[in-house]
Ligand binder design. Structure first.
Ligand code: GLN
Length: 539
């Protein structure tokens, strides 16, 4: 079978959850035995989201091949359980970069280089790229932004052209809108949806299916009205009601027959009934917790819920594995002081110190880690969180009072976290960190080895600084064990304190690889340790 394409656009407002809808549809098609992937086209000029502030754009998600991508790719991987790559996230910046480089090479042979056809051709080439591998039955393409935005226009035009070029049964378009409820009128309103679809139609794209985000059920009459005015078949207006969990959305979409509509429109016949047994088991556990506990998440972007998306999700997956409801108490690292640390952490059964960049909040993190270490509270430090547990140990156990990371205090006489020589030459910020998957060898008879149950693991990285190997002996003599190392470079990837019940710092980001169906072992063990701590201390 040749590859089929589904394009997903959004209208009326942003933040409707296009990524979740795309991931849910992909999950259903996958559960029907089809090979599926999802890609996201973002209409901003950054080459990738790596240089974007998490406050503005949520977390930066890192793929196995080291691409710094939009957080929606995290949803795609979590729902599908398959890896995405560089090719799955394309921005306007990347498109222009390619076109301008080609222009400089003289590839356009003196032609005037224009948005149509040169930019749109490059968009189309990228939209079809993964299909050329022959690995997929269906490729879903999410177009970021909202229809009507100036930035989105070349993408909509590219979709229009592809729908014109490809056989009718090889592609389709889905438009996600909002049907707001007006409290004063006690009515659901369809006008914004009508206008949004009109805008899409002006760009030459006729949606095949309209999905309406709504707080209340849409009546048959209302669906019929939307269908009539938006020129889609009556059964092709689907509701997406606010769900209790994002992981419930695939089931809701199945109840609305979305996957059935799609396989029918694309004339796919080699499918089966969806097999969602494992998914439903996870949901069942998530919905019926038998125990509740609280863990703290300490970071500097905690006020934006998407800034630590993958960590939040990984905690949820791990909790469900034991039927625990894990409440996450977000603590702004800047707020933590000597005086309030005990109060801020009162009642938590585990502490996770988040990744991050820059100086702000570091001292608060270090203060919290000291408290956690001294009180034997389960601790998981990720990336910067790991680096700070190294700095804390150096200062308070080894007695290196000015111990620091070179990121904030390069003048320190004890740079326990430092930059590797070959990194020092780099002055550019974008795409120059240690990025993507690296092997890590686990030392036998360590907690890390017991948790993973294997000798070699592969985890994803996104950082510039490293544990400084020249201090390794000092740390090990004082009781901090380097339990994971990169087999090629010898760099320390995991540290742990065997005298504590659970104290682990990982230089890599385990959260990127956790899925509902395969919760990550480090998170699972962390949550279990937190539950044990809670039972023991009654906290
Ligand atoms: N800022 C640190 C570094 O670059 C940690 C990065 C992170 O936590 N992702 O090494």
């Amino acid at each position: 079978m040749n590859t089929k394409y589904v394009f997903i656009t959004g209208g009326v407002v942003s933040s409707l959850g296009k990524g979740i809808i795309a991931a849910s549809l992909a999950k259903l098609l996958q559960a029907r035995g089809l090979k599926v992937t999802i890609q996201k086209f973002d209409p901003y000029l950054n080459i990738d989201p790596g240089t974007l502030n998490p406050y503005e754009h949520g977390e930066c998600y890192v793929t196995e091949d080291g691409a710094e991508t939009d957080l929606d790719l995290g949803h795609y991987e979590r729902f599908l359980g398959v890896y995405t790559s560089q090719a799955n996230n394309v921005t306007t910046g990347k498109i222009y970069n390619t076109v301008i480089s080609k222009e400089r090479e003289g590839a356009y042979l003196g032609k005037t280089v224009q948005i149509v056809p040169h930019i749109t051709d490059e968009i189309k080439r990228r939209m079809l790229l993964l299909g050329k591998t022959g690995n997929y039955d269906v490729i879903l393409t999410e177009i970021g932004g909202t229809v009507g935005d100036m930035e989105s226009q070349p993408f909509i035009e590219a979709v229009r052209q592809l729908q014109w070029e490809l056989p009718e049964e090889d592609c389709m378009s889905i438009h996600l809108t909002l049907v707001p409820f007006l409290n004063a009128a006690k009515e659901l309103k369809t006008k914004p949806t009508q206008h949004s679809v009109q805008m899409l139609q002006q760009g030459g794209v006729q949606p095949d299916v309209i999905i309406c985000r709504t707080e209340y059920s849409l009546s048959d009459d209302l669906r019929r009205k939307i269908a009539l005015f938006c020129n889609v078949k009556p059964g092709h207006v689907i509701q997406s009601i606010d769900a209790w969990s994002i992981y419930q959305v695939p089931l809701n979409m199945h109840d609305e027959h979305l996957d059935e509509l799609v396989v029918r429109k694309l004339q796919i016949d080699n499918y089966r009934q969806p097999d969602l047994k494992e998914w439903c088991r996870f949901l069942e556990n998530l919905r019926n917790p038998e125990k509740e506990l609280t863990v703290a998440l300490i970071g500097k972007y905690v006020s934006l819920q998407d800034a630590y998306k993958s960590i939040q999700e990984a905690i949820t997956h791990a909790g469900a594995a034991y039927r625990f409801k894990v409440d996450v108490r977000s603590i702004l690292s800047d707020d933590i002081t000597e005086d309030n640390v005990a109060e801020l952490l009162a009642g938590v059964s585990g502490v996770l110190v988040a990744p991050g960049f820059g100086e702000r909040g570091l001292e608060g993190k270090i203060r919290a880690i000291r408290y956690v270490r001294e009180n034997n509270i389960p601790f998981l430090g990720i990336c910067l969180g790991m680096q700070m547990c190294v700095v804390e140990f150096a200062r308070n156990v080894l007695g290196f009072k000015d111990a620091a990371t070179a990121e904030v205090n390069p003048e320190s006489s004890h740079l326990v976290i430092d930059m590797m020589e070959d990194q020092k030459k780099t002055t550019i910020k974008g795409g120059t960190m240690r990025l993507g998957a690296y092997e890590c060898e686990l030392l036998e008879n360590t907690l890390a080895h017991r948790i993973y149950g294997r000798d070699i693991i592969v985890e994803r990285h996104r950082h510039r600084y490293e544990f400084n190997a020249s201090y390794k002996d000092d740390f090990e003599k004082a009781g901090m064990v380097c339990s994971g190392r990169n087999p090629q470079t010898g760099l320390t990837e995991i540290v742990e304190l065997p005298q504590n019940s659970f104290f682990v710092g990982s230089q890599f980001h385990p959260e990127y690889k956790s899925t509902p169906e395969r919760p990550h072992p480090l998170f699972v063990s962390f949550v279990k340790a937190a539950a044990d701590f809670e039972s023991k201390t009654g906290k």
